[in-house]
Write a protein that binds this ligand. Sequence first.
Ligand SMILES: COc1cc(/C=C/C(=O)SCCNC(=O)CCNC(=O)[C@H](O)C(C)(C)COP(=O)(O)OP(=O)(O)OC[C@H]2O[C@@H](n3cnc4c(N)ncnc43)[C@H](O)[C@@H]2OP(=O)(O)O)ccc1O
Ligand SMILES: O=C(O)CCC(=O)C(=O)O
Ligand SMILES: [Fe+2]
Length: 361
Amino acid sequence: MAPTLSTFQFADPAEVTEFVVNKGNGVKGLSETGIKALPDQYIQPFEERLINMFVNETDEAIPIIDMSNPDEDKVAEAICDAAERWGFFQVINHGVPLEVLDNVKAATHRLFNLPVEEKSKFTKENSLSRNVRFGTSFSPRAEKALEWKDYLSLFFVSEDEAEQYWPDVCKNEALDYMNKSKTMVRKLLKYLGKNLNVKELDETKELLFMGSIRINLNYYPICPNPDLTVGVGRHSDVSSLTILLQDHIGGLHVRSLMSGNWVHVPPVPGSFVINIGDAMQILSNGRYKSVEHRVLANGSNNRISVPIFVNPKPESVIGPLPEVVANGEEPVYRDVVYSDYVRYFFKKAHDGKKTVDFAKI
Ligand SMILES: COc1cc(/C=C/C(=O)SCCNC(=O)CCNC(=O)[C@H](O)C(C)(C)COP(=O)(O)OP(=O)(O)OC[C@H]2O[C@@H](n3cnc4c(N)ncnc43)[C@H](O)[C@@H]2OP(=O)(O)O)ccc1O
Ligand SMILES: O=C(O)CCC(=O)C(=O)O
Ligand SMILES: [Fe+2]
């Protein structure tokens, strides 16, 4: 019989891990037992708790860029400037229908509200496709302290594969969201490329910047002691670009390159948060910055987010673009096979910007 909310007890930490990680209940399942105190394995070291870091609420804010501005050069300039100075920005009037965003958010709630028997069909052990994975935290086997987040990760191979293997409750909405965002993504890449002397986003360049796409559906349930843990620890993404849809709750913080302060990314209805990933930092020889970010745990609200990771193809070799180093600029990064880079990222716990050292000369 399923445990009731008020009577559920865990005798020791190993039982929590069994329940959350191995049985596929996730932290959502744990939160819904009515647990009153954070289990030990979620307690982050003091220095990783955001509450102890200086968070600047007023002086600094990531740029909000209106993509409907008829002066395209102004939009391109604002985007490239934000990519160099912040590595993060928000876009409004981006052309992706708001209905598509609402639909994928609703689908995310539907997915996480499924009973555990349904969700656990998609854990690494059970999933019928290696491109569909339901999980919790980031890399539970590698982490000393776990993160308060569950996710479904969908790596796009083809419409047919998605039709066959992605969960029914969210596949159409996730595919629609991915497909309808592509025009905006191409526009962003065109602007960012032009500023690096890439004349046009031809087929070869398009494959290099956006040869593969992964969508994650993230769920951050209410946490009993949010000050002691994190939703997601400090990391940079390994993508070329990440397009993030967040709900109205908030909690994402970005490390300012200028001050080192943690700056909140306030939810703006209908917007996307865009960030530069490590692949773009490497391709641009460090001109565009992939920036550390993290997510707070929340004591009173559940939160969702839906990032689209736009990446090179796994087999692509990435290094500073010829167009960037043509003027004699010294390459800061070596050529690496992208899947080697991503495997290195997934093998360890989140640790700020350390992944990029893998490609440093
Ligand atoms: C989850 O919380 C996250 C996620 C992120 C993600 C940020 C990004 O930027 S994701 C974009 C990454 N780019 C790509 O996925 C495109 C390129 N993909 C590849 O090259 C391959 O798919 C691969 C990722 C290298 C996997 O290759 P494969 O040979 O199939 O290897 P596996 O055996 O499946 O996995 C190896 C190892 O990686 C871990 N892992 C794989 N997929 C995921 C996933 N979707 N989520 C989490 N971890 C994954 C896993 O540890 C595997 O080891 P096992 O021990 O489980 O076997 C940012 C922040 C977050 O909090
Ligand atoms: O949920 C968020 O706001 C950010 C999540 C994130 O950084 C990621 O999935 O890489
Ligand atoms: Fe991220």
